[in-house]
Design a protein around this ligand. Structure first.
Ligand code: HEM
Length: 524
């Protein structure tokens, strides 16, 4: 026999054996995990399958979209009953909406949001820390960003205007221009957030953005594999391997501002103060926060840089994606033609005065209602309040459901938001002015959270960035409605689907036109 063919065949055979063994190990590990789920709680997604129904339901998680959640909510959730949602990651017990407050009130020593975040994001492995606890210290968002963003809002608005000008340079007054709007919004949100993170001129540096994007992709792919492919028993090995490219790309992105961090650390060690206004940014807030800790590794420049890069995905990608969801929902709703002129009129009244008085943004009640309605109708994640039972011996829900130690609980968000028993007739429709209450003062703002409005979570772990996110979204969308007109979209654009989550595609084309007289005179 030909020796080359012989080698190729033996190589192929070895690959095949390796593949078969890997699949067998995968099936055994997943079956062991599945067998540990509580036996008294029903599963959804089984579809009367005869062989390995639970395993096959778990395997179909990635492609099932919303269907398993819809089944669970109809059969159990809305009747105040729990169900198990098939998942490749863990046996998720979805508790009924009436348990949301109870979940949110449990301390981390009983129902932990921290352990689930570590598991979902591989914190402590995929990012520098020095440890997972340090990675998820979000004080700089809770305290500094939330307190300071109004003061810094002028700079952020200036950046948003400049970014839209750069991105939409081809959009004229005379004819409609086709624009890949989601891509534009992601770029603008990146610059808006980074005006506060790294300031000028770096927030405009394309090479810096590319480096952060590369890290985000590597981090995203690793966390997706963790979420959908890697059995619990192999997580550690997987994380050690995945950390190699992720940390390499983290260092590549960090080198853009490492020298500036080091400069500030030298000043800090010398007891000097920096120029106050210039240093009022995310970099300085992280340095100050880490300086208050006892572990000296907290003040290593690499750890500070890594934190800035990690917070970048929390702060910019989310805002860009949610802005896109808001616009696409509006452009495909039956209300598009009547609402756009109203949003334009509100923007004319408010946006030109925002640079003098940032608080004017609170007067954009219609835009606020549009954002809140989008969060209700299309929350970024259709389930939320993801927690793990860490109390030894487990715990029991108010309805008497026993949750063993180690179990993961979730709450259902999107289906509950569409339930007519909670939101009245038309809950399943997108109504941009649903929350608009002509300035009577009792309009619920987009950041207001409650047990029946969960897009930001609830309780101690509720999104601390929501005030900043909504502020930036209002500046971005307010600017768009002020300066541009949009053609309604004829049909709903096909979203990008990952499991039960849906995001606007960067390929969707929107037809836009600059409003007359808006081509010049943009205040900077
Ligand atoms: C529209 C955009 C955003 C949406 C829809 C969103 C949504 C969420 C949700 C659902 C959670 C989980 C809450 C829970 O488990 O109870 C969360 C957590 C978090 N968000 Fe956001 N978020 C957004 C923007 C932001 C921004 C701009 C920042 C930072 C500036 C941010 C920082 C965080 C952090 C640090 C956490 C973890 C909090 C903790 O576990 O204690 N988010 N977010």
């Amino acid at each position: 026999m030909n020796p080359i063919l012989d080698t190729a065949l033996s190589y192929a055979l070895r690959c095949l054996i390796f593949l078969v063994i890997s699949i067998a190990i995968f099936i055994v590990l997943q079956s062991i995990r599945i067998s540990k789920a509580p036996h008294d709680i029903p599963w959804v997604g089984l579809k009367n399958r005869r062989f390995f129904p639970k395993l096959r339901a778990c395997l179909s998680e990635l492609t099932a979209g919303q269907s398993m959640l819809d089944e669970g909510y109809e059969k159990y959730g809305k009747h105040n009953l729990p169900f198990i949602l098939p998942s490749m990651l863990w046996n998720a017990i979805v508790l009924p909406p009436s348990n949301a407050v109870w979940i949110a009130q449990q301390p981390d020593s009983i129902l932990s949001g921290n352990t689930t975040m570590d598991e979902l994001m591989g914190l402590g492995h995929l990012t520098h820390g020095p440890n997972a606890e340090s990675c998820r210290d979000f004080t700089v968002i809770r305290r500094d960003l939330t307190r300071q963003f109004m003061r810094l809002s002028g700079q952020v608005y200036e950046e948003i205007q400049a970014a839209f000008d750069d991105e939409l340079v081809d959009v004229g007054e005379d004819e409609w221009t086709e624009v890949k709007l989601q891509r534009v919004l992601l770029n603008v949100a990146f610059r808006a957030g980074n005006r506060i993170f790294v300031g000028l001129p770096m927030c405009r540096d394309k090479a810096y953005k590319k480096a952060v994007d590369r890290w985000t992709q590597a981090f995203g792919i690793s966390t997706m594999m963790l979420r959908f492919l890697v059995p619990e028993q192999l997580r550690d090995v997987f994380l050690r391997i995945a950390a190699i490219p992720t940390k390499y790309l983290e260092r590549r992105a960090a080198r853009f501002f490492l020298a500036r961090i080091e400069e500030r650390l030298v000043r800090l060690r010398g007891g000097e103060e920096g120029p106050k206004e210039q240093d009022n940014d995310m970099m300085q807030w992280i340095i100050d926060q880490n300086a208050s800790k006892t572990d000296s590794r907290e003040l290593e420049s690499g750890n500070i840089a890594a934190k800035m890069i990690l917070l970048n995905i929390f702060a910019t990608a989310t805002t860009g994606v949610q802005s896109g969801t808001t616009i696409f929902n509006l452009l495909t709703s039956s209300h598009t033609s009547s609402i756009i002129p109203q949003l334009h009129a509100e923007a004319i009244k408010t946006m030109p005065r925002i640079l003098e008085d940032q608080r004017k943004i609170r007067e954009m009640h219609k835009l606020d209602s549009l954002i809140r309605e989008t969060l209700r109708y299309h929350p970024m994640t259709p389930q939320g309040l993801v927690r793990q039972v860490v109390q030894p011996g487990g715990l029991t829900s108010p309805e008497g459901v026993y949750l063993p130690e180690g179990t993961h609980v979730h709450s259902i968000v999107k289906n509950m938001h569409h339930d007519s028993q909670l939101f009245g007739e038309g809950a399943d429709e997108f109504d941009p002015l649903r929350y608009y209450k002509p300035p009577s003062g009792d309009q619920k703002s987009a950041v207001h959270i409650s047990s029946d409005f969960l897009p930001w979570g609830l309780g101690k772990h509720a999104c601390p960035g929501r005030f900043f996110a909504v502020h930036v979204m209002k500046l971005m969308l307010g600017h768009l409605f002020l300066k541009y007109d949009f053609e309604p979209l004829k049909e709903k654009p096909k979203p990008v689907r990952i499991g039960d989550m849906e995001f606007p595609s960067e390929e969707v084309v929107v037809r836009m036109r600059r409003r007359e007289g808006e081509g010049s005179g943009i205040e900077r």
